[in-house]
Design a protein around this ligand. Structure first.
Ligand code: SME
Length: 168
């Protein structure tokens, strides 16, 4: 079912969209689809060492479904790359995390990072975070591609389940 892992510059996000739609077609359950999305990204995208969600709960970001090493559990809004994404609601594409003031180092192997906000009906529900051991791993194509895959996940998932855990 899945393709060989491509080189960074050869990622075909259109193919990944088709594959993800198929993968998420059977269920609308939040736990199933969130777990599948993070596993899909981690498996299909080259040069990642972490891929996962942080959900807005109790006015902070709390760790959700992920692939990679165990990670920081709580991230305050406005702190680190994820907290900055949550505060600004803007995609954060960080070429070198060591040059980002306040970067939260969960895994010493991470050198670049892409964080996309999860927004439904103008409500911030969380963030989707990707880490890479390569400096400058992410480009504009990745930012748009990951945002597109996140959109497919949201369309395929019972969003009320996410809202019921996102207490912002
Ligand atoms: N580096 C992130 C923390 C989360 S981990 O990378 C999984 C940050 O600065 O917010």
């Amino acid at each position: 079912m899945f393709l060989e892992k491509p080189l960074s510059e050869e990622i075909n996000y259109s193919d990944l969209q088709t594959m993800l739609k198929g993968l998420l077609s059977g269920h609308r359950d939040f736990l199933i689809n969130s777990s599948q999305l993070t596993a899909f990204l981690f498996d299909q995208l080259p040069n990642l060492n972490w891929a996962g969600f942080y959900w807005m709960r109790d006015q902070q970001l709390l760790l959700g479904q992920f692939q990679g090493k165990p990670a920081c559990v709580e991230i305050p809004i406005g702190k680190g790359v994820c907290g900055t994404c949550a505060e600004t609601r803007q995609i954060q594409m960080i070429e070198d995390v060591h040059a980002f003031p306040g970067h939260i180092a969960c895994d010493a192997a991470s050198n670049s990072e892409l964080v996309v906000p999860v927004i439904v009906d103008d409500q911030l529900l969380g963030v989707l975070d990707l880490d890479s051991p390569n400096i400058g791993r992410f480009n504009q194509q990745d930012a748009e591609g990951i945002a597109g895959l996140l959109d497919i996940y949201l369309q395929a998932t019972q969003v009320d389940q996410i809202k019921s855990i996102a207490l912002n």
